[in-house]
Write a protein that binds this ligand. Structure first.
Ligand SMILES: Cc1ncc(COP(=O)(O)O)c(C=O)c1O
Length: 419
């Protein structure tokens, strides 16, 4: 008798299937995971970005376990929280950090600080910035290329509070400065916060983003760079810091603690001093296991890796190689004019790229994801995929063969035209 389904899924958590059955995972090691039936997959989902060292890394496990003798929750913050922020923010002497478990929480905290400072509840968003109501209500398929026919369909329109009237939640869709200027002008007086997903920096230039931040600040908005995917992955602090954009607040999440839940809101001491009045914390904000994991992650990534000066650079090299391997498999399978892969923001992430005729074909793209899963590769579609330090040990010939097999199966099942 089959067991009843107990887990309430979101669309995202039921993405991966084998022979029509949803995968239930049992174990991860290095750059691979296996499912409940023991089938092995090369994993480029990596928990949607957090697993940056690799699954169940021996050194990481040893370091985290070594810290556990100190306990996991104290009445308040600890020397471990303090040490972590000192290491993370060493280059930003004026900054403080607020601890959270998820980035959605940290972005909500930024919205509240913005509203307290400006007296205005409206927000301008660009990119996926979390699942809380004002973050996701009436939003787009943000990871689609700017010209994709799938990009602009409004999603998550039901059951959301705090998104209308004097609390507009607006989308900066096309990343043109003229449209941002229009939004700021039309809603002057009701907008308090601008938030930008740093992944979308790969769609534009640092100069455009510098001007966007300056325009929003001139219009009296608090500016937030959301480095949830990028901070701790493309570099220790992410895009805003590396390019000197100077947003008021930075959100970092995902890759800080190799899978343990940790997210931070970082900004000037004067702004973060409002955290007390704004009540920005919950029971688990001061939890320590994630901080032990973050200290261990940093210990590992700070060291030279392979020929690279540190783990962040090595991860960029690895993701660039993964993208090139998938592209060359597409070439071998005769589908390179339809699909390929490219490194994103230095290679810590990579994504599938499509010719225009495939871009709007949702079914064809889903079929490709399924073909990859069937060939033993889990990656993301319509979203960047993630690599870890452990992927340097993958068998590159095997990756290429499996990707080739996936493209072959895709063309067989969809009749996609080969050149
Ligand atoms: C840019 C960005 N912001 C916020 C979030 C929300 O993070 P969490 O799922 O930890 O709440 C995500 C998650 O994918 C993200 O990519």
């Amino acid at each position: 008798m089959s067991r009843p389904e107990r887990i309430a899924h979101s669309k995202i958590t039921r993405k991966f299937r084998s022979a029509g059955q949803q995968l239930l995972f049992a174990q991860g090691k290095g750059g691979e995971v296996s499912d409940a039936n023991g089938a092995r997959y090369i994993d480029f989902v990596m928990g949607y970005g957090p697993v940056i060292i690799g699954h169940s890394d021996d050194l990481f496990n040893e370091m985290v376990c070594g810290h556990l003798v100190n306990g996991v929750m104290m009445p308040g913050y600890t020397v471990f929280h303090q040490e972590y922020l000192e290491r993370l923010l060493g280059d930003r002497p004026g900054d403080r950090g607020a601890f959270f478990k998820t980035a959605s929480e940290a972005v909500t905290a930024a919205f509240r600080l913005a509203a307290m400072r400006t007296g205005r509840l409206g927000v301008v968003r660009s990119g996926y910035v979390g699942w809380h109501d004002a973050q996701i209500a009436n939003s787009l398929k943000w990871h689609e290329p700017l010209h994709s026919p799938l990009r602009e369909r409004l999603r998550y329109t039901d059951g959301m509070r705090g998104v209308g009237g004097s609390e507009p939640a607006l989308n900066w869709v096309d990343l043109r400065l003229e449209s941002l200027a229009e939004l700021l002008d039309q809603h002057r007086g009701s907008l308090g916060c601008f938030v930008f997903d740093a992944y979308l920096a790969s769609f534009t230039t640092p100069e455009v983003l510098r001007q966007a931040v300056a325009m929003c600040r001139d219009a009296g908005l608090l500016t937030v760079f959301d480095e949830t995917k990028t901070g701790g992955r493309i570099s220790p602090l992410g895009y805003d810091h590396d390019h000197g954009l100077g947003s008021d607040l930075v959100v970092i999440g995902k890759a800080l603690a190799n899978g343990a839940p940790l997210s931070l809101l970082v900004g000037g001491a004067e702004l973060l001093a409002h955290a007390e009045r704004a009540r920005l914390s919950g029971t688990f904000s001061k939890e320590m296991i994630a901080v032990y994991a973050a200290l261990a992650t940093r210990d590992i990534l700070e060291k030279p890796a392979g020929d690279s000066p540190d783990g962040w650079a090595e991860i960029g090299r690895i993701g660039t190689q993964v993208a090139a391997t998938i592209t060359s498999a597409a070439r071998d399978a005769g589908v390179a004019s339809l699909v390929g892969a490219r490194p994103v923001l230095g290679g810590g992430m990579f994504e599938l790229t499509y010719a225009d005729e495939v871009l709007g074909d949702k079914e064809g793209r889903d079929a490709l994801l399924n073909a990859f899963a069937a060939a033993g590769i889990l990656l993301l579609e319509g979203h960047p995929s993630f690599v870890s330090l452990a992927h340097r040990d993958i068998d590159w010939g095997e990756l290429r063969d499996r990707a080739h097999q996936a493209f072959e199966q895709w063309t067989a099942s969809t009749g996609a035209n080969r050149e």
